[in-house]
Design a protein. Sequence first.
Length: 183
Amino acid sequence: MQAFVLTGPTAVGKGTVIAELVKAIPDLWFSVSATTRSPRPGEVDGKNYHFITHEEFDHMVADGQMLEWAVVHGQNKYGTPRGPVEKALSEGHTVLLEVDLDGARQIRKSMPEVTQIFLAPPSWEELEARLKGRGTEGEAEQRRRLETAKVELAAEGEFDVVVVNNTVAQATEDLLKIVGPKR
Ligand code: 5GP
């Protein structure tokens, strides 16, 4: 089985490097998570996330349909639908999951053979600048996300490998060495 978890703090650039990896690795299958948060401008249902209601989410959890799930930033629920991941693995795809720290810990227990990657910012100041620069969250939400980021950064030692996202090109190159076909 070839599967990877990618975790990293808010605004570190997970979405951007994942898009690069998906372009670069033909058999890479990225798990589209379910979330109760509202779409950001430009986000597409079924592509970035499955945007669902709290009721739908709770039903999926109760029904055993989530491989892992967590309340992230103390607000919304995010989870990995189990069925599509199992199907992709059975078809021989390389599977990539983007989950928060809580989710990574759950996967570590239930699927210990999965390689866990932490995407880190070059510095705390740079992370703050990227979050502000993105401009998709208000000040209170930015503060909440930076609180979570402190906890996540303190846990990076739990991961199998840490990749620093200095530039998208460099981080993608580093990730390709781990996830890519030539590993
Ligand atoms: P955002 O709201 O910025 O898209 O994502 C917030 C956080 O939710 C990120 O840290 C991201 O890694 C995490 N996240 C996204 N999908 C999942 C998931 O399926 N499970 C878990 N546990 N966390 C997720």
